[in-house]
Design a protein around this ligand. Sequence first.
Ligand SMILES: [Zn+2]
Length: 259
Amino acid sequence: MDTHETKLSARTRNISPEEWEVRVNLAACYRLIAHFGWDDLILTHNSARVPGEPKHFLINPMGLMFNEITASNLLKMDLDGNLAEPSEYEANRAGYVIHSAIYLGRPDVQCVIHTHTEADIAVGALEEGLLPLSQWAMRFYNRLGYHDYEGVSLDLDERERLQQNIGNHPVLVLRNHGLLVTGRNVAEAFSLTYHFERSAEAQLKIMAAAAGARMVVPSADTCEHQAALFAGNEPRLQGQREWPALLRLADRLDPSYRN
Ligand SMILES: [Zn+2]
């Protein structure tokens, strides 16, 4: 669905076909996050590492709503915070700090999604965090990091603590703030974001319904077994089967993300 003009403009900007494909997937990810209601005006940010250029990543320009993000208006930054090519837009400082922390500390990560949703923040504000109360939540059992709130992430020295707190986990709960989800590609990060959001929403409903009464929680062995099946023992990346369907949804909503 890419038009002749957009392919031409990608070529004049020296964008490789591999980078263009990641740009299209990341732009679709923005549109889908807005569609599912996990965006926060122009705030929050999602990024993807540029294929073959481990020190560069793509991220949204400051000031655009998620449904205005396109493959071509994503900024290309290096891990020192410099724009790799001129843009009429500015970068988001907090976005640079958070995303560069993950790319510096985790060479396996190719995509980072950062959301602020009420469900993320509510679960992150509970001392016990996310509980294994639903099948959605099983993939995060013993596979979550937690990071205490330090204010808006503008200082580079927070990067070390973000790296320590996420460790080798795929997801970091930013207490009182939101969520940071990683993936080995855009589809995997989106899938984990989806499952965390559903898990958090379900937990809040279960806790409200229980109103202090005992809740039914599967055994630790069952939770660990299922988490390993979802994440550890499955060589296939998570979220790959539904991604083509999600791209078709993004196309039906508004195919301009491909521009
Ligand atoms: Zn944030």
